[in-house]
Write a protein that binds this ligand. Structure first.
Ligand code: ATP
Ligand code: MG
Length: 459
């Protein structure tokens, strides 16, 4: 279904139009440290733009600098992908390598990542186009609403005075409509009943993906459907009409063409957990299909043509970023051809206790900011002293050291243990500032930290 009003509040900058330093600065807003990884990604992204400026002859020769990110658990690999997804402005998908199976086996084949990317591009371009035509759609919806609100005057054409009056009252009504003064009025409107596709009944033909794409929704909406007349309040009627107008104003063919072009020249596929398909060699069982998945991946990463339901897509210039912890396997356990497709290897650093302090406070989505926002909903202000932050970081560090090292993920568990009681007790009828001190942290987490069993379960 179309989101109305359009989703993007402000147009995002195209990441690839920014100089690499600025791309890094964008990532810095959310990810602490990992400078080497950010740098490699920034260069690879900017190279997309540089390539688009290059003369045609050489343009096809410039292949993307695919990257493989290697680093321990919880240091920001997947988080980088999440941020790229929001920032890229280019079609982006993140897939988990472990979800794929070799062609011929039950499961997702690797080419589906390209189809997903096309879906993402269609949503992206469609949202952009809808943003562009939005004022127009809004205006047209308003006029149609006015038609519904003003009973037609049969004598309109013959009586100029009546025509004038009608014009005046329409103008007045329009103002009232815009001011929301008619929100309680009902109008008769043709609506298409919501229909929820039955997933079983509409599996697309072989090789095609399931029905859950934005574009399927769109296609469903385009199909002629039985309309029903019913009355609706003005705000609802407005939404329905705006939606219809948006649909009429956005050219579907143009959207598809643009989306396919974006995929081919600017698309980014992030393959997470690539270490999971790097089985040890010469093993039997499931590992055989791991190597199969790698072999299936090869042509996609190297450049091939994938059939999607909107047309063929060449993958030659799609940028691939892979990531893996490589606890058990090593990058060299990937088949050599695949290793060759990821020429840029970047190691992510283990995080330090100092990094933890920064992660807790600096990113725009920092945990302390998230919890403060939750508490603010209960009309209280949540503050952490600098000592408290240090203590949280230290606790997480100790827990990582004594148990399994799960990196910054530990901060989530420590924080949630810390604020659990508070979140349970609020609202307590007061509007106050709650300051968490180092003493509070020690007190609340002491029992957990000292007790081995508790530590295992709670942190
Ligand atoms: N460098 C970082 N800056 C900010 N937050 C981070 C950083 N690294 C990790 N985090 C936090 O820790 C959580 C887990 O990190 P992430 O999912 O990126 O781990 P990962 O490196 O992908 O590990 P795994 O190999 O286990 O998948 C993130 O959701 C984020 O909140
Ligand atoms: Mg991860």
């Amino acid at each position: 279904m179309t989101a109305t009003p359009p989703v993007t509040p402000e147009p995002l900058p195209w990441l690839e139009e920014l100089p690499p330093r600025q791309i890094v600065a964008e990532l810095d807003r959310y990810i602490v440290g990992q400078g080497a990884a950010k740098k490699a990604i920034a260069i690879a992204i900017r190279n997309r733009w540089r390539r688009s400026q290059a003369p045609e002859g050489i343009r096809d020769e410039i292949t993307p600098s695919n990257i493989i990110l290697i680093g321990p658990t919880g240091v920001g690999k997947t988080e980088i992908a999440r941020r790229l997804a929001r920032l890229a402005g280019a079609p982006f998908v993140k897939v988990e390598a472990s979800k794929f199976t070799e062609v011929g086996y039950v499961g997702r084949d690797v080419e589906s990542m390209v189809r997903d990317l096309v879906d993402a591009a269609i949503s992206l371009v469609r949202a952009e186009r809808e943003d562009e035509v939005w004022p127009h759609a809004e205006e047209r919806a308003t006029e149609r609403l006015l038609d519904l609100l003003l009973p037609a005057a049969a004598a309109e054409d013959v009586d100029p005075a009546l025509k004038e009056r009608r014009k005046a009252s329409r103008a007045k009504l329009k103002q009232q409509l815009i001011d929301g003064k008619l929100d309680d009025r009902e109008v008769d409107i043709e609506v298409t009943p919501m229909n929820y596709p039955n997933p079983d009944s509409m599996q697309p033909p072989g090789g095609m993906e399931g029905p859950e794409s934005a574009f399927t929704d769109w296609l469903m909406d385009m199909l002629p459907k039985k309309k029903k007349r019913r009355s609706a309040k003005v705000p609802e009627a407005r939404r329905i009409l705006e939606d219809e107008e948006l649909r009429k104003l956005v050219d579907m063919d143009e959207t598809v063409n643009e989306a396919l072009d974006r995929v081919e020249n600017h698309g980014i596929i992030f393959i997470d957990e690539i270490d999971k398909i790097a089985g040890e060699r010469n093993t039997t069982g499931p590992d055989v299909s791991r190597e199969g998945v790698q072999r299936d991946l090869l042509p996609v990463v190297e450049g091939s043509t994938v059939q999607t339901r909107y047309g063929y897509v060449r993958t030659d210039h799609i940028l691939f970023v892979a990531a893996g912890a490589f606890h058990v396997s090593k990058p060299s356990d990937l088949i050599p051809e695949l290793q060759g497709r990821f020429p840029i290897r970047v190691e992510l650093e283990p995080l330090t206790e100092k990094d933890f302090v920064r992660i807790l406070t600096e990113p725009e989505n920092a945990l302390t900011k998230q919890y403060s926002a939750l508490v603010a909903a209960e009309k209280c202000k949540l503050d952490f002293t600098a000592d408290a932050i240090d203590e949280i970081a230290r606790t997480a560090w100790i827990a990582n050291d004594r148990m399994e090292n799960i990196g910054a993920r530990r901060l989530h568990t420590v924080m949630s243990a810390l604020v659990e009681d508070l979140l349970f007790d609020l609202p307590d009828g007061s509007e106050r500032t709650i300051t968490i001190t180092a003493e509070d942290v020690k007190q609340r987490l002491a029992s957990v930290v000292q007790n081995d069993d508790l530590r295992k379960y709670i942190l």
